[in-house]
Design a protein around this ligand. Structure first.
Ligand SMILES: NC(=O)c1ccc[n+]([C@@H]2O[C@H](COP(=O)([O-])OP(=O)(O)OC[C@H]3O[C@@H](n4cnc5c(N)ncnc54)[C@H](OP(=O)(O)O)[C@@H]3O)[C@@H](O)[C@H]2O)c1
Length: 211
């Protein structure tokens, strides 16, 4: 749906990195449910790759869990076209439907996540089912001048954005910030030299509208 598979594939090749050093995710647009095989074939052709590391159902097709689509993703994984398969924007109930139908949980559920959207119950439900939570839009809609973030950032000599990203990592939530600014891309990666204390994590959890 992003229309960038050819560019991503080219960037990976141009980087000179071995394919296995890069983690490539692509998604099944929900309107392509029923045409899963054609879709992954087209994606791999555009990427000029033999496999993707992760293939996700972008949204529940027509708002439904769609176990038939899930079965097709599992088949593609068995054939080696995707190393792992998962979903995005699925509720816990919809994930349960997939597990009941196939006995297999998605490796990942990619959902909108940030301190403002922290939901301990949802995180626990995901973990209980062995589904890794991947958070999207971690910075969008965040007020990076929030005093708690500014104070914690200052204490670590980091930026508030880095604190937000590290908070995801400390919760073991996969985080995928997006930036078109090279310096931000670099600083968004530079979050593995510090960690937050339990008190700091709890303070950031408390920013959630759900608490
Ligand atoms: N599964 C889904 O349905 C779904 C939906 C939406 C997004 N996503 C995924 O999630 C990824 C990220 O989400 P997103 O783009 O919506 O939100 P995001 O990464 O939270 O926010 C991107 C915005 O934050 C700015 N930004 C990035 N780093 C920053 C920093 N260090 N300090 C201050 N501002 C910073 C960017 O500005 P600049 O670019 O100007 O630096 C951009 O305006 C996307 O790549 C997409 O793949 C998935």
């Amino acid at each position: 749906m992003y229309g960038n598979e050819a560019e991503v594939g080219r960037a990976v090749r141009d980087s000179g990195l071995p394919r296995q050093a890069v983690f490539v995710t692509t998604k099944l647009p929900p309107d392509n449910a029923g045409r899963e095989r054609q879709t992954i074939t087209r994606s791999l052709r555009a990427l000029q790759m033999d496999y993707v590391d992760l293939w996700l159902v972008h949204w529940p097709p027509r708002g439904q869990a769609s176990p038939d689509t899930w079965r097709q993703l599992l088949e593609a994984r068995e054939e080696g076209l995707a190393r792992a398969v998962g979903v995005s924007n699925y509720s816990t109930a919809q994930i349960d439907e997939l597990i009941v139908s196939t006995g297999e949980a998605p490796a990942v559920n990619q959902v909108r996540w940030s301190p403002m959207r922290y939901d301990a119950k949802r995180l626990a439900e995901s973990r209980e089912r062995g589904v890794a939570l991947e958070g999207y839009s971690p910075l969008k809609g965040m007020d990076l001048s929030t005093p708690a973030l500014v104070e914690i950032a200052r204490a670590h000599g980091m930026t508030p954005a880095q604190v937000v990203l590290r908070w995801h990592v400390d919760h073991r939530v996969i985080v995928i910030p997006k930036s078109t600014t090279p310096q931000r891309i670099q600083s968004n990666f530079d979050i593995f030299g510090f960690s937050l204390s339990e008190d700091e994590i709890a303070r950031i959890d408390d920013l959630s509208a759900r608490r």
